[in-house]
Every structure is written in structure tokens, then in C-alpha cells.
Design a protein around this ligand. Structure first.
Ligand SMILES: Cc1cc2nc3c(=O)[nH]c(=O)nc-3n(C[C@H](O)[C@H](O)[C@H](O)COP(=O)(O)OP(=O)(O)OC[C@H]3O[C@@H](n4cnc5c(N)ncnc54)[C@H](O)[C@@H]3O)c2cc1C
Length: 432
């Protein structure tokens, strides 16, 4: 009987396993259907960097002395000094992925090649059926990530020339002399455009970058914005009324969904050097304010029908390839089907989380279902990000053990998001 079974070994559950590995508190085992650890391998583009600092790794924020922190990785790989000389804080996604794969090789009880098919509840424990075996666990943690979001209007055309960006590194194709449309103005769209500019898939004849946003908008990385990615803000967010939570998440969109300034600069510098200085024909077409509405097969390719919200006009582009950088969405995993009637789902069918990332369900008093990457609406914008993953992992372990295995106390944030009720009303003085 396991104390905790982890479903999925992406970064978030790997972080929990890494912290469990630091203690002898619980019997655990984690499962993943992949043959080995891989971080969004279909999107591991050669020119792609992190949006977050390397110190926001699996463990450092909670156990800086851990053997599986990013700095230990650098030392183990004998490149500590050269890394420092690069003077970068946003490392490549390839390096972070390699780091996590290295960490996974050092953490025990990780079962790869063992996807979870179903989870049942049997009175006082869960029965987990994997591709290989059947396990019993008192508690589980769901960490199987999100699914690619494909807008309804494009589904009928999916195929070798129209596909979601998350598969781009898994497929064989050639953009040489082709017209390519990238739909989506977030970081993934930007990363694909940047790699296409460098002819990674051959030199396209035309490259259209379609974004619904009013411009190619930067990630908000300002000092005070970073306060949204702190435990104290997350705790405060959890207490807010529903309406305030929705308003906060909407207002903070660019703090998590913008494009890094570095990436935007790289694209701009390319345009300047190639199209201004070298005088090359301009083959990148930047199309913000456009909503791609329909894809119709046309002349061996596709007619991409867009609505330009700037002048309220219809525009049609011809493309041979259409790459959908249209993001990811949460869906209830199929392996939860046997438990579905016991879950207290929200009106839109999603999981509802309590403070300790534990799912509201019928037998919550006896057995816990934790979920990571599922709390955007309950815990705020840090939830789908790496920023607080080590803290969240520790919080889950502390809750599960009923002890302060990890000390999560902190000095006070600079911003008073709310004042404690006991605080005396401020005395306002009128300036004369
Ligand atoms: C391209 C990209 C770049 C990102 N870069 C950053 C960044 O720089 N900074 C940042 O803060 N955030 C970033 N994010 C957001 C976030 O950190 C990642 O999406 C992160 O991978 C989420 O981790 P996860 O563990 O929830 O899910 P995932 O990484 O999706 O992992 C889920 C795992 O579950 C496994 N699985 C699925 N179904 C089953 C099953 N039935 N049984 C067993 N296993 C299963 C999958 O194989 C997978 O390994 C990025 C996201 C993307 C898509």
C-alpha cells in the first residue's frame, strides 16, 4: 500500500517526487507513459529559452542543499564556471529539460513506460491500473498536464500540413519555398517564428504570423509583477471571492502568457539585419489584430480566413502549412472516469481545489486526491508555471504527512495585498 501514487511525471510531479526523495516520510511511486523523462519534447525547439529563472527548479526554493537542484546539475556536469560566464538567467529549454531528465535519473520509484489506465476507489484506498500492473495507494496526485487546444473551426483540416505546435519537433516536413502560417501570438508562436526565420525547417517562401492580440506583447517581468509569483500572494489569492479571482487572472494575462523581451528582440534584430541592412525580400508578414476564423482547402494548400479587428475587415491568406500555436487546455483525464461520480466538480466540469491543492471529493476526509497544474482559478496565475512548483510540492507533502516536514515560513512580502482584520483602521489626515 503506497502512501502516495503520482500520476504523470512532468516537472510538477517530478518536483514532488524529488522532495519525497529528500525525506523518508512516505512510501511513494510515480508513473508516466513515456519511456523516459521528456519535457514537452514536441516543442523542444533549438532556439527556445525559459521564461523563468533556472533557480525556480524542482527543489531549490525549499531545499537548496538538495542533490537534484540545478546548481548540483551544473557541478555534476563539470560546467559550473562556464555557466556563470554566460551571465544568463533564462537558460535554454533544452538545458532545463536535460537537467530534469538528469534529476529523474537520481530519484527513486519513478516508473516510466507505465501509463495509468484507470483509478478506482475501494472503501479506503485507490486501485491504480497501469499498462503493467495494479497498485494500491492511500492518496494520489494527478500530474498529467494539459491537452493541446485546437479551435473547433480547424479540427476538420488537421493532418500532415495542419497541426498543433506541440507536435512540431516530432514530425518530418520541409518549409522550403512553402507559405507557412503560424497562428498564435504567445511564446510558442514566437519560438516557432524565430526558428523558421533561421530556416530550421528550410527557408519558407512566405511566413505569416497571425495573432489575435493587438501587437506582439511582451511578458510582464517587472519587479512588482513578480510578487504575483510568491507563496504569500498565492495564499491571499486563494481567499478572494470568485469574482475578484477571475478579474485578477484576466488582468495578469501578460505576466504568464506574454513573449519574453529577449525573444522579441531576437526577432526584431533578424528583421532589421535581413530586410533593412541586407536588403532581402521581406518574407515574414506580421499580422496582429487578426483572428483566424476558417481554414478551407484551396489549390493544394489552405485559404486562411482572418478577421482584422483593427479595421473590421475580412482578409484571406494562402498557406501550404498551418501551425496552430493555440495553447493548451485542461480536461478531466480519462483514467478518472471511474471516480467521476465521487468528484465535486465545478459547473464547467473542472476539479475544485482546496488550499492544499487537494481536490474536493466525497471521501476527502479519508483519502486525498492532490492535483498540480489544475488550480489557475483557485490559486492564481503561478499555478501553471514553474515559479512556485517546489513550494507547492512541499505544501502538499506537509499536508499529507500532517507535519512541517519542510519549513515554508517567510519574511513578509513588500506588498500588503490585504490587511489582516485585526489591523486598526488607518487614520487619514487631510493635508492643509
Ligand atoms: C513549450 C512550453 C514551455 C514552457 N516553458 C515554461 C517556462 O519557461 N517557465 C514556466 O514557468 N512554465 C513554462 N511552461 C508551463 C509549464 O511549466 C509546463 O507546461 C510544465 O511542463 C507543466 O508541467 P506538468 O507536470 O503539469 O505537465 P506536463 O509537463 O505536461 O507532464 C505531464 C506528464 O504526464 C504524462 N501522462 C499523461 N497521461 C498519462 C497517463 N495516463 N499515465 C501516466 N502518465 C501520463 C505525460 O507523458 C507527461 O510526461 C511551458 C509550457 C510549454 C508547453
Amino acid at each position: 500500500m503506497l502512501d502516495l501514487a503520482g500520476i504523470g511525471i512532468g516537472p510538477f510531479n517530478l518536483s514532488i517526487a524529488a522532495l519525497l526523495n529528500e525525506t523518508n516520510e512516505l512510501e511513494y511511486r510515480f508513473f508516466d507513459n513515456k519511456a523516459e523523462f521528456a519535457w514537452h519534447p514536441g516543442l523542444l525547439l533549438p532556439e527556445a529559452h525559459m521564461q523563468t529563472c533556472y533557480l525556480k527548479d524542482l527543489v531549490t526554493a525549499v531545499v537548496p542543499t538538495s542533490r537534484v537542484g540545478f546548481l548540483s546539475y551544473l557541478v555534476d556536469k563539470k560546467r559550473f564556471y562556464r555557466f556563470l560566464s554566460t551571465d544568463i538567467s533564462m537558460i535554454s529549454r533544452t538545458e532545463f529539460s536535460n537537467y530534469m531528465a538528469w534529476a529523474a535519473s537520481k530519484i527513486k520509484n519513478l516508473n516510466f513506460n507505465e501509463g495509468v489506465r484507470s483509478i478506482h476507489y475501494a472503501d479506503d484506498h485507490f486501485v491504480i491500473t497501469t499498462e503493467q500492473d495494479v497498485y494500491q495507494a492511500k492518496n494520489i496526485c494527478l500530474g498529467t498536464g494539459k491537452k493541446p487546444h485546437i479551435p473547433e473551426e480547424f479540427k476538420a483540416q488537421l493532418g500532415t500540413k495542419v497541426f498543433h505546435a506541440c507536435e512540431i519537433m516530432d514530425r518530418e516536413f520541409d518549409f522550403t519555398n512553402k507559405r507557412v502560417a503560424v497562428i498564435g501570438g504567445g511564446q510558442t508562436g514566437a519560438d516557432i517564428v524565430l526558428n523558421a526565420l533561421h530556416h530550421y525547417w528550410g527557408k519558407p517562401q512566405e511566413l505569416y504570423w497571425i495573432s489575435r492580440r493587438p501587437n506582439y506583447q511582451p511578458l510582464d517581468e517587472a519587479t512588482f509583477t513578480n510578487e504575483f509569483f510568491t507563496p504569500q500572494y498565492t495564499e491571499c489569492f486563494f481567499e478572494l471571492p470568485e469574482l475578484s479571482k477571475k478579474r485578477e487572472v484576466k488582468a495578469q494575462k501578460l505576466a504568464s502568457d506574454g513573449i519574453t523581451s529577449e525573444c522579441l528582440k531576437q526577432i526584431y534584430h533578424y528583421l532589421y539585419q535581413h530586410f533593412e541592412v541586407n536588403g532581402e525580400r521581406k518574407w515574414l508578414h506580421l499580422l496582429p489584430n487578426r483572428t483566424a476564423q476558417q481554414l478551407t482547402p484551396y489549390n493544394d494548400g489552405y485559404a486562411v480566413q482572418c478577421y482584422n479587428s483593427l479595421n473590421q475587415s475580412e482578409e484571406i491568406l494562402d498557406a501550404d502549412y498551418v501551425i496552430l500555436a493555440t495553447g493548451f487546455e485542461s480536461v478531466l483525464p480519462h483514467y478518472l472516469e471511474p471516480l467521476k461520480s465521487l468528484l465535486h466538480l465545478s459547473k464547467d466540469g473542472s476539479l475544485q481545489l482546496d488550499r492544499h491543492f487537494n481536490v474536493q471529493w466525497q471521501h476527502q476526509a479519508d483519502n486525498q486526491i492532490y492535483a498540480v497544474n489544475a488550480g489557475l482559478s483557485s490559486h492564481g496565475i503561478a499555478e501553471p508555471q514553474l515559479s512556485l512548483m517546489a513550494w507547492r510540492s512541499a505544501k502538499i507533502i506537509n499536508h499529507l504527512t500532517g507535519k512541517n516536514v519542510f519549513d515554508l515560513s517567510e519574511t513578509q512580502n513588500f506588498i500588503d495585498w490585504t490587511l489582516p482584520e485585526s489591523t486598526q483602521p488607518l487614520t487619514l489626515t487631510t493635508a492643509v
